[in-house]
Design a protein around this ligand. Structure first.
Ligand code: ADP
Ligand code: MG
Length: 450
């Protein structure tokens, strides 16, 4: 019989050929054969998701690939094996939860003031799929072979991962080439710094500062549009860096060709190296992104629910994150798993823009948020928690949806418009000194996508 490690290596090689890179990384990373008892194989997987997924989607492929390599293989099962580190982290989060039951666990992350890089943006958390593959490989090229493409220009719509990608390049570059000087700046910040330097007579030190970088990363350069002086300065910075073989990386929401109000000489510099785009993620990529994020948050959510979100939230990655956060928030609030139906109604409501959500739907969502039946909000009860939830519903209808006081009164079980006015005023007053109510309203707003 073969050695388990070899057998699994060979099997994975076969599976890798049959699956996309994103899928392979998502489902087969950190798996191993932990037992092979005369052809009865136990595969260790990192968590419940992977277990479910391998079982439902890849079982046949795995079994066949294993049998092709070892004809003794009869059965395969999957068990969760957690590496030591994951157990430690889990313990820490558990402790945080016990000490602070109302807080979601947050990992402290700080931005480096020298280079403006945020360590949270790494390639470890960056899912690669057909939609961003090209941008990803071009960035890998400049990390290992600086100036392979110079400049590298990444463009794509909002929320598709430009900032994440270029920040990750900065972080990886620093790690790979210790001692290099990396600098990340948004074009707006660059412009403000420039104006500041002019006003305070520090233009020389501004120039010097920007010419000493080994890698200059400038985000969202579409905002340079119409800023002639800043463009001129950037043109000079660019030339100096370029002539000294320093790497430059730009991002923008459009191809350089389509950025309005940009000097031609800058436009041609931007396009002179490599121009790559990031497009909308496909279903599989959306799913892989959700899965990665849920895992990082240690969120125990059924793969079917993730499938549902991936299917229904088809916009950019920020929207995907928003939907997942909404679900996470509810799981946290209710302290239990959500049913498939609850997830569906949550995503349905959040997916709608505030223009086409009905008053009834808003009230229903607020009632659900407070774990109350929708009907109780219409009733004449004086139960404290009902009264408060009703007042908050009125407040949101008025403030966020601009519904008239009389209509709110009618919709909320036939209340007089003065009652509604009084309720709104009351909540407004409480908002000034009660952070708890602020917090709740913010959560409701995020559920309503406003
Ligand atoms: P952009 O700069 O294009 O507007 P961001 O880089 O800010 O978009 O991305 C929006 C959010 O989506 C961020 O939280 C980011 O971490 C996340 N994100 C973007 N692309 C990916 C990806 N490929 N894998 C995982 N998360 C991603
Ligand atoms: Mg960005």
């Amino acid at each position: 019989m073969q050695d388990n490690t070899m057998l699994w290596e060979n099997t994975l090689q076969e599976i890798a050929i049959q699956t996309s890179k994103a899928n392979f990384n998502t489902w087969f990373k950190n798996t191993l054969i932990i037992k092979n008892d005369q052809g009865s194989i136990v595969i260790g997987v990192p968590n419940e998701f992977v277990k479910e997924w391998l079982l439902t989607k890849y079982h046949k492929v795995i079994l066949k690939a294993l049998r092709d390599r070892d004809e003794l293989v009869r059965v395969v099962e999957y068990v969760i094996t957690k590496p030591e580190q994951a157990i430690q982290q889990q313990k820490q989060i558990q402790k945080q939860k016990e000490e602070n039951p109302n807080e979601l666990p947050l990992i402290e992350i700080s931005i480096n003031k020298e280079d403006n890089l945020n360590p949270k943006y790494t390639f470890d958390t960056f899912v690669i799929g057909p939609f961003n593959e090209l941008a990803y490989s071009a960035s890998q090229a400049i990390i290992s072979r600086p100036t392979a493409y110079n400049p590298l220009f990444v463009y794509g719509g909002t929320g598709l991962g430009k900032t994440h990608l270029i920040q990750a390049v900065g972080n990886a570059y620093k790690q790979k080439h210790p001692g290099v000087k990396v600098f990340y700046v948004t074009s707006e910040q660059f412009s403000m710094d420039y104006i500041n330097a002019v006003q305070t007579n520090k233009i020389n030190s501004f120039k010097e500062k920007h010419r000493k970088y080994d890698l200059l990363i400038m985000d969202d350069i579409q905002f340079l549009s119409g800023k002639e002086k800043t463009q001129e300065e950037l043109f000079h910075v660019f030339n100096t860096l370029y002539d000294n073989n320093k790497q430059i990386l730009f991002s923008s929401d459009k191809h350089p060709h389509f950025i309005q109000g940009l000097e031609d000489r800058l436009r041609s510099r931007f396009s002179a190296g490599m121009v790559v785009d990031i497009s909308q993620p496909d279903y599989e990529s959306r799913f892989a992104i959700l899965k990665t994020k849920a895992e990082r948050q240690r969120l125990n959510i059924h793969p079917k629910s993730l499938e549902y979100i991936a299917n229904h939230v088809q916009g950019n990655i920020r929207e995907l994150e928003g939907a997942l956060n909404t679900v996470m928030c509810q799981i946290h609030l209710k302290q239990k798993q959500l049913s498939q139906q609850e997830i569906q109604s949550l995503i349905k409501t959040t997916g709608k823009s505030k223009k086409n959500i009905s008053i009834k739907e808003i009230i229903k969502l607020i009632a659900e948020f407070y774990n109350l039946e929708e009907e109780t909000l219409y009733e004449k009860t004086r139960r404290k928690e009902v009264v408060r939830s009703r007042q908050i519903a009125m407040y949101i209808l008025r403030e966020d949806f601009n519904i008239s006081y009389p209509l709110i009164g009618r919709k909320m079980g036939g209340k007089d418009h003065t009652t509604v006015m009084h309720s709104c005023l009351k909540i407004k007053g409480e908002l000034k000194n009660d952070p708890e109510i602020n917090n709740e309203i913010e959560k409701i707003r995020s559920l309503l996508s406003i």
